[in-house]
Design a protein around this ligand. Structure first.
Ligand code: LLP
Length: 403
């Protein structure tokens, strides 16, 4: 497809996120097909990109949702995800969030501690309702990814140890207000090695077998998210091999496989567009200053994440430049030593692979308004989030302003 990004940047302004909805559909179908041999459900991890139109697009394809706040649960429901396809996960949930998720009758609440189980039981008792639950097991496996996005080791705050999980299942089974239906693990994000996933799945499947022996029947086997994507030259996990590894681990178990991909679904569907304000040279170092900042896309600053950067339709000899934003922080950059041609005011720069954890991690730092978001589908472009304005930002403060 030949897309005129310059025209889109003109039409919608910059900074701007653009998402290719056809690519998202293709990713969903590829993963769904890989799991075709078994009962399965893909619960899109809403945190990766929670734009309502993105969720609605996936809902139409049949996806479920993995949510980590009641806000995300509400987004999933309003975007048309079936309530029985929604899981509510996360390491800390307020009582009100638990109550609302029970009232909304979603598929299950994913528990991350014994204390949380007791809270959920208490809230369920008050409502006179049974809470369907799953438990996040921490298999103590090193996922071999960035430490900030590694979650499957005992030193991380996530999930519970196998032995405790077992005791929790026994407790839940006896409780009038808890119904243990699922089991869950998620060892990290941007995973490019299959073996830690396979090992974890095997450990967790063994737990399912030992629970079965004591009459606790687990119906949903949730393998979490974490499938890595290509940002530069990573060799990623093939979806067929991924599914086969899970099938192998769960052999003989009558379970529905759930998985919760976020990044896999949307990262490479999205690109971030920003315009050049000007160039400058500091003691021989070349800087390209753009109108987008770390508040719009924080991954490079926060994780030293690499995103491929190009100038759109600009010719000329390339030399290394740091691409930086206007925010008052040295960490405000999109790329360092990026080969770029000479650039002029208003030239367009694209930061690739920005569809996941881009907009959702955006902030208003420096009173900068959040970018607009646009979807491309079947050659058509449509606005899916209006650009935020200064007025939007001050709305919650103005009424309290005392001069
Ligand atoms: N399920 C659970 C329980 C999770 O904690 C996460 C992500 C996912 C699923 C989705 O993971 P994915 O398929 O997207 O890897 N902000 C970071 C990523 C944080 C991931 C947190 N958990 C980044 O920009 O790289």
């Amino acid at each position: 497809m030949n897309i005129d990004y310059k025209a889109l940047a003109q039409k919608y302004g910059t900074p701007l996120y653009i998402y290719d909805f056809d690519y998202i559909a293709h990713r969903y179908m590829t993963l769904k097909d890989a799991f075709a041999g078994k009962k399965s459900m893909i619960n899109y991890a809403v945190k990766a990109n929670s734009n309502l139109s993105v969720i609605a697009h996936l809902a139409k394809l049949g996806a479920g949702a993995d949510c980590v706040s009641i806000g995300e649960v509400r987004r999933a429901l309003i975007a048309g995800i079936d309530k029985y396809k929604i899981i509510f996960s996360g390491v800390g949930k307020r009582d009100e969030e638990i109550r609302e998720s029970l009232e909304k009758d979603i598929l299950m609440i994913n528990l991350e501690s014994e204390a949380e189980m007791k809270r959920v039981e208490m809230v369920a008792r008050k409502l006179g309702k049974e809470a369907r639950i799953s438990i996040r097991v921490n298999p103590n496996i090193d996922p071999q990814t960035h430490p900030y996005i590694s979650t499957g080791l005992h030193e991380n705050k996530f999930g519970v140890e196998i032995e405790l999980a077992k005791r929790m299942y026994i407790y839940a089974k006896k409780s009038e207000f808890l119904n243990p239906l699922g089991i869950h693990f998620h060892i990290g994000s941007q995973l490019t090695k299959l073996s830690p996933i396979q090992e974890s799945a095997t450990i967790v499947a063994d737990l399912v077998r030992s629970l079965k022996a004591i009459n606790i029947d687990i119906k949903f086997f949730d393998v979490g998210g974490g499938l890595g994507v290509v940002y530069s030259d990573e060799i990623t996990i093939a979806t067929q091999e991924y599914a086969q590894a899970i099938f192998q681990a769960t052999k003989g178990l009558d379970v529905t496989i759930l998985c919760e991909p976020g990044r896999y679904m949307v990262a490479n569907a999205g690109a971030f567009f920003t315009k050049v304000l000007y160039e400058k040279n500091n003691g021989g170092k070349r800087f390209v200053i753009v109108d987008g900042g770390m508040n719009d896309l924080i991954r490079p600053s926060l994780y030293s994440a690499y995103h491929r950067i190009e100038a759109v339709d600009v010719e000329g000899e390339k030399t290394a430049a740091d691409v930086v934003g206007p925010v008052c922080e040295s960490g405000d950059f999109f790329g360092k030593d990026v080969p770029l041609p000479p650039l002029a005011h208003n030239d367009l720069i694209v930061v690739h692979s920005s569809g996941a954890y881009g907009f959702t991690m955006a902030s208003n730092y420096n009173t900068r308004s959040k970018p607009a978001e646009v979807a491309l589908e079947g050659g058509e472009d449509k606005l899916i989030r209006q650009r935020e304005t200064y007025e939007d930002q001050v709305r919650l403060e103005l009424a309290y302003l005392q001069k």
